[in-house]
Design a protein around this ligand. Structure first.
Ligand code: CO
Length: 134
């Protein structure tokens, strides 16, 4: 059911420094920062030939990634995003097999303007999974 790895998201303590690490030390192409108030994050995307890295920094007091940063003050991997063809069919497939969808269970529009859902890390080997309708 899942297709390509769309991105790996990393929560970072300093977005400008993280973008510079990817742009200068690792020599990758990075985007400008973008505030996403409905997700409580500011993002920078690193474009790689086969996938993307999403650098995340908390935006606002209620940011869902603030705790992750407190637990990982140097930064840390936050989630993996896999592409699916049809998010409603994917949700049905997953929930029929006992996987838990986070939030109210309805797709939100993600960082690329496409519908996304997040899946409970306890159901997926301790890893938060995002699925995105490609
Ligand atoms: Co993501």
């Amino acid at each position: 059911m899942i297709g390509k790895l769309n991105h790996v998201a990393i929560v970072v303590p300093d977005l400008a420094a993280a973008a510079a690490t990817y742009a200068e030390t690792l020599g990758a192409r990075v985007s400008e920062p973008k505030d996403m108030p409905e997700h409580g994050v500011t993002t920078v995307f690193v474009e790689l030939p086969n996938t993307k890295i999403e650098l995340l920094y908390p935006l606002g007091d209620a940011s869902p990634i603030r705790k992750h940063l407190e637990r990982n003050p140097d930064g840390g991997v936050h989630h993996l995003c896999y592409e699916v063809e049809d998010i409603s069919a994917a949700k049905q497939h997953l929930t029929e097999r006992g996987a838990r969808v986070l939030g109210n269970g309805e797709p939100k529009i993600g960082a690329h303007g496409k519908p996304v859902l997040f899946l409970h890390p306890k159901d997926f080997l301790g890893t938060l999974i995002e699925i995105e309708q490609a």
